[in-house]
Write a protein that binds this ligand. Structure first.
Ligand code: GLN
Ligand code: ZN
Length: 756
C-alpha cells in the first residue's frame, strides 16, 4: 500500500515564508531573494516528506499567497486593471492578492473568502467578459521539475476546473456557462503539457463536490472531465475531494476515467457507506483520506486499520492519504518546549502525521500488526484516561434553563432605551476593536512573557498605548471608542489563556491568508473562566474618557471554531461550556461600568456545514443559542454588539438576527453589497455596521469613496440603524494608513449626517 499527502504547509516550520514576504512588501529584500526563500522552503518540504517515506508527494502546493489564485493565473484569469499596472509577474500577482497603491496606479485587492469550512482564505478570481481562459503559465511544471532535480517524483496539484468555475466571480454580462468550453481546452492543454513534461500523476482538487450538488452541477462536472480525460494518455489523473463526502455525485464520479479518486473519510460522514453501497472500480486507486488534515489529535490506528481492512476486503486498491491538505495544521510539535510529554503524546501536527502515515502503511501491510510496538503504543494512548473532566462545569451546564437563552425586553424596546441612554449622533462611528500592533506593542508583550520586564512595566506601557489611542479617537471625533486590544496577541488565544481547559502552543502556526498565520489553541478539557479577563483594561480605558468605551470579547462559537476542538465530546457541549465562561465576563464588564459590549463572532459563518440540510441541526440550533447565553443576563440599556468577518451570511439572515445582538458590524467592502438587499428583504432588526473600507489592504480610502459607499448602504438600510466602521480590526495595519483612513471615515459620516 502506498501513502499520499494532499498538500503540505507552505509557510515554513518557523514561518520563514511569512517573514520573507513581509520583507519584500517593505522593499527590504529583492524579488529574487523572495523567490529564493520559496525555493529553499519547497526543498525542505519535499525532503521532509520523502524522508518520512511518503509515496505520493505533492508539488505546486506551494504558493506566495493562495493556490486558487495561482490556478486562476495559470489559466490566464487576470483582470485588466491589474495587467494595466504593468508590473512584474510577481507584483501583478501580489497586486491581485493585496491591492496596489503606488507609482503605477491605485487598485483594490480582489475579494477574499473563507475556503470552505476552514479558517484559510482564498482570493476570489474575477472573470471579465473578454477574459481569455487558456494555459498561460508554467508554475506547476517548473515546480515539478524543481522537485525532480532533487530526485523527488511529485504529483503537481491545481484546483480542478469545476471548483475553479464555482469559485470565480463573473463580473461582466457573461456567466460561468460561457466559459466552460474555454476552460476545458485550457485544462486539456495543461494535461498535454504535463504529459510532455513526463509527469506520471497530476492531482485536481475538487472540494466543491462535497457541497450540495444538483443534476445541473453533475452534468457540468461530467462534461468537463469526460471532455478532457478522453484525450489524455500517459499521465494519470487523481481527482481529490475533501472536507466532506460526495454523496450527490459519487455514482457519476466513479464512472469517469480517473485513475485515482480521493475521498475524505474523516469529515465525509457518508463516505464509507457510499463506497460500501455503490462499490469502487477495481481499475482505480482509492486515495482514502483517513489521517485528519484538520485536527491535531493522534490518529486512532485501530479504527483506521479496520477501515482499511474493510476496504481492501472489497478488493479496492487503497492509497492511505490525509483527509485534506496539511495546510490546516501546524508544521511540527518539535518546537513545543512548554507542553508536557503527556500532552504532546496526544498530538500529531503535519510532520508527525507523515510519520503516522508511514506507521499505518507498515501496519497495514503486516498481517500480525497487533504485535507491533507502534500499534500497541497507539492503542494504549486511546485506552488511557485524559485529565479533562470538571465536575463543576458539568453541574453548572445541567442547571441552565430555557430562560437563560432569552434576553428581555425584546430588542425593539431595548433599541429605544439605548438611543436615549447614549445620545449618539446619527450614523455613529466606531471601530472593530484592535488598533495597529506595532513592533513596540508586540515587543512589550513578548518581553513580559519572557520575564524580561515586570508586570507593572508591561501594564504601564499598555496603559500609555491605551491613553494615546483614546486621545486619538477623541481627537478625530469617533463616537464609540475602543481601547485598542494591545494586550492581545490573538482574539482567541488571549481568551483561552484565561480559561481552564485550554492548552497553548509556542510555534504551532497555521496559515490564515497570505502572510497571516494564526496559532489556534487546543481545547483539552472542560472549559470554565479562571479569572476576569478584560475588565481591568476596559475599565481603565473608560476612566480616561466621557465617551462610551466598548468592551471587547470573543464569542463562544469563534473561540471554538478557531481552536482545535476535542474529538471526545460534541461540538455542542464544548460551545455551551465556553458560552458560560464568556457570560461571566460579560456580566463582570457590565458591573464595572462598561455600557457597550462587543462579543465578536468572527468565525460564526465559516463553520456552517457545507450542506444546507445540515445547517440547522448540526450547527445553528446550538451555535445561536450559545451566543444568546453569553449576553442574556445584561440590563436592557447595555448594548450588545457582535462582529462577523465576511458578510456571506445572506442565507442565514434570520439566524443572525436571532443572535439577538443590538448591533452587528461585518465585512462588506471587499465583497459586493448584495448582503444589504438581503437584509432589507428580511426586515433585519439588528442595527448594522457594514464595513465601509477594507482593512486587509494598506490602501487608504478617500472621503468621497466612503461617502459613495454609505449612500449605497443607505439605499438599503434605515437611517436609524446604520453604523459607520471599518471592515474588521486594525491590528495588522500600520499607523499612518490607519489614522488617515479613520479620519476619512469620520469625515464621510459627518457629510452624510448633514444630508437630509
Ligand atoms: N475585535 C477584534 C479586532 O478588532 C476582531 C477581529 C476579527 O474580527 N477578526 O481585532
Ligand atoms: Zn473581523
Amino acid at each position: 500500500m502506498k501513502t499520499s499527502v494532499i498538500g503540505f504547509p507552505r509557510i515554513g516550520t518557523l514561518r520563514e515564508l511569512k517573514f520573507a514576504s513581509e520583507k519584500y512588501f517593505k522593499k527590504e529584500i529583492t524579488a529574487d531573494e523572495l523567490l529564493q526563500t520559496g525555493k529553499e522552503l519547497r526543498k525542505i518540504h519535499w525532503n521532509t516528506q520523502k524522508e518520512a517515506g511518503i509515496d505520493f508527494i505533492s508539488s505546486n502546493d506551494f504558493s506566495f499567497y493562495d493556490i486558487l489564485l495561482d490556478t486562476a493565473v495559470l489559466f490566464g484569469i487576470v483582470p485588466k486593471r491589474y495587467k494595466e499596472l504593468n508590473l512584474s509577474e510577481l507584483d501583478t500577482y501580489l497586486a491581485m492578492a493585496r491591492g496596489y497603491q503606488g507609482a503605477s496606479g491605485d487598485v483594490k485587492a480582489l475579494a477574499m473568502k473563507k475556503w470552505f469550512n476552514t479558517n484559510y482564505h482564498y482570493i476570489v478570481p474575477e472573470v471579465e467578459d473578454d477574459t481569455e481562459i487558456k494555459l498561460s503559465g508554467n508554475k506547476p511544471f517548473e515546480q515539478y521539475n524543481e522537485a525532480k532535480s532533487l530526485g523527488i517524483e511529485t504529483k503537481p496539484i491545481v484546483i480542478g476546473a469545476y471548483t475553479l468555475l464555482k469559485l470565480c466571480r463573473f463580473t461582466g454580462e457573461k456567466s460561468s456557462n460561457d466559459f466552460v468550453d474555454a476552460l476545458i481546452s485550457a485544462y486539456q492543454s495543461y494535461v498535454k503539457k504535463a504529459e510532455e513534461t513526463g509527469i506520471s500523476w497530476i492531482q485536481f482538487d475538487e472540494p466543491a463536490l462535497v457541497r450540495d450538488t444538483d443534476s445541473e452541477d453533475i452534468a457540468l462536472f461530467n462534461k468537463i472531465y469526460s471532455a478532457f480525460l478522453s484525450s489524455k494518455n500517459s499521465s494519470k489523473v487523481l481527482v481529490q475531494t475533501y472536507f466532506g463526502d460526495v454523496r450527490d455525485i459519487y455514482e457519476d464520479l466513479i464512472k469517469l476515467p480517473f485513475d485515482g479518486i480521493g475521498l475524505d473519510f474523516i469529515e465525509g460522514k457518508e463516505t464509507f457507506s457510499l463506497v460500501e453501497k455503490h462499490g469502487f472500480p477495481e481499475d482505480k486507486l482509492l486515495f482514502a483520506g483517513l489521517v485528519n488534515g484538520k485536527n491535531i489529535w493522534r490518529n486512532n490506528y485501530d479504527k483506521t486499520l479496520q477501515t482499511l481492512t474493510r476496504l481492501q476486503k472489497k478488493g479496492i486498491n487503497c492509497v492511505l492519504s490525509t483527509s485534506c491538505s496539511l495546510l490546516h495544521v501546524p508544521y511540527t510539535t518539535k518546537h513545543e518546549t512548554k507542553l508536557s510529554a503527556n500532552h504532546l503524546s496526544y498530538f500529531a501536527f503535519a510532520e508527525e502525521k507523515l510519520c503516522e502515515l508511514a506507521e499505518l502503511k507498515a501496519l497495514a501491510e503486516n498481517a500480525n500488526y497487533k504485535n507491533e510496538a507502534s500499534y500497541q503504543a497507539n492503542v494504549k494512548l486511546f485506552a488511557g484516561e485524559r485529565d479533562c473532566y470538571s465536575e463543576d462545569v458539568h453541574k453548572r451546564l445541567s442547571l441552565v434553563t430555557e430562560s437563560d437563552y432569552t434576553r428581555s425586553p425584546e430588542r425593539r424596546k431595548r433599541q429605544e432605551l439605548q438611543k436615549k441612554e447614549f445620545g449618539l449622533p446619527e450614523f455613529p462611528t466606531t471601530t472593530i476593536g484592535s488598533f495597529p500592533q506595532t513592533r513596540e506593542v508586540k515587543a512589550n508583550r513578548s518581553a513580559f512573557r519572557k520575564g524580561d520586564i515586570t508586570e507593572a512595566e508591561y501594564k504601564e506601557f499598555n496603559k500609555k498605548q491605551i491613553a494615546d489611542c483614546v486621545k486619538f479617537q477623541e481627537d478625530i471625533d469617533i463616537d464609540v471608542l475602543v481601547h485598542g486590544e494591545y494586550e492581545r496577541n490573538d482574539m482567541v488565544e488571549y481568551f483561552g489563556e484565561a480559561l481552564g481547559g485550554f492548552l497553548f502552543t509556542e510555534k504551532a502556526w497555521v496559515q490564515s491568508y497570505g502572510t497571516r498565520c494564526v496559532k489556534p489553541p487546543v481545547i483539552w478539557g472542560d472549559v470554565y473562566r479562571k479569572k476576569a479577563i478584560t475588565v481591568e483594561w476596559s475599565a481603565y480605558a473608560q476612566s480616561l474618557t466621557k465617551r462610551i468605551m466598548k468592551g471587547m470579547l470573543t464569542g463562544p462559537v469563534t473561540i471554538l471554531n478557531w481552536s482545535f476542538p476535542r474529538e471526545d465530546i460534541s461540538i455542542k457541549e464544548s460551545i455551551s461550556q465556553i458560552a458560560l465562561a464568556i457570560r461571566d465576563e460579560v456580566l463582570d464588564l457590565e458591573k464595572n461600568g462598561i455600557k457597550i459590549i462587543q462579543i465578536d463572532e468572527a468565525a460564526l459563518r465559516e463553520k456552517l456545514p457545507l450542506r444546507k440540510s445540515d445547517w440547522q441541526k448540526e450547527y445553528l440550533d446550538f451555535a445561536i443559542p450559545a451566543f444568546r447565553l453569553t449576553h442574556s443576563g445584561v440590563r436592557p440599556e447595555t448594548q450588545i454588539h457582535t462582529h462577523m468577518c465576511y458578510s456571506e451570511f445572506t442565507d442565514i439572515i434570520p439566524a443572525i438576527d436571532n443572535m439577538d445582538a443590538d448591533v452587528i458590524t461585518f465585512e462588506a467592502s471587499r465583497s459586493d453589497l448584495q448582503i444589504l438587499t438581503a437584509l432589507k428583504e428580511h426586515n433585519f432588526e439588528t442595527e448594522v455596521g457594514p464595513g465601509v473600507y477594507d482593512i486587509h489592504s494598506p490602501r487608504v480610502p478617500s472621503v468621497d469613496e466612503i461617502v459613495a459607499t454609505l449612500h449605497t448602504m443607505l439605499s438599503k438600510i434605515d437611517r436609524d440603524k446604520l453604523w459607520v466602521n471599518p471592515d474588521c480590526g486594525l491590528k495588522t495595519r500600520g499607523i499612518p494608513e490607519t489614522e488617515e483612513s479613520l479620519k476619512n471615515m469620520v469625515a464621510a459620516a459627518k457629510i452624510i449626517r448633514n444630508e437630509a
